[in-house]
Design a protein around this ligand. Structure first.
Ligand code: SF4
Length: 123
């Protein structure tokens, strides 16, 4: 391995098998992916090393409901991993007025990611 090469080993989280996938980087580019049991692991590892993202899930308070005080929410898509804490902080001041429906937008374009946070249950 040359000085410009480095390798990172990740546990693939795309299925319960949990393959140990090694990504070799050369000059900042992915040169090889090994250890993956299927193509999904290759795609996961490449993205995790070059552009890691996450779906954020949490709960926010509901006002005016006798049924529940909280409602589960999630980002409607992936957000950059580096913004996950910012998203959680942005939601710390948010509450919803009952009734809440699945898919209701809780917070639009959260942290400038272009992704909305939506409710995942009816309350
Ligand atoms: S590489 Fe494929 S088989 Fe292995 S954990 Fe990931 S999804 Fe599952």
């Amino acid at each position: 391995m040359s000085q410009e090469e480095k390798s990172v080993t990740l546990t693939c989280i795309r299925c319960p098998k949990g393959c140990q996938v090694t990504v070799t980087l050369a000059g900042g580019e992915v040169a090889a992916v090994t250890g993956n049991g299927c193509p999904r692991g290759d795609a996961y590892a490449r993205k995790e090393v070059t552009d890691p993202t996450r779906v954020v899930t949490t709960v926010v308070p509901v006002r005016g409901s006798d049924v529940a005080r909280m409602v589960s929410v999630k980002t409607a898509g992936d957000v950059p991993k580096a913004k996950v804490l910012d998203v959680v902080r942005a939601l710390s001041d948010v509450s919803m007025a009952a009734p809440v429906h699945i898919g209701d937008v809780v917070l639009a374009d959260v942290c400038g990611t272009g992704v909305d946070v939506i409710a995942t249950k009816d309350v």
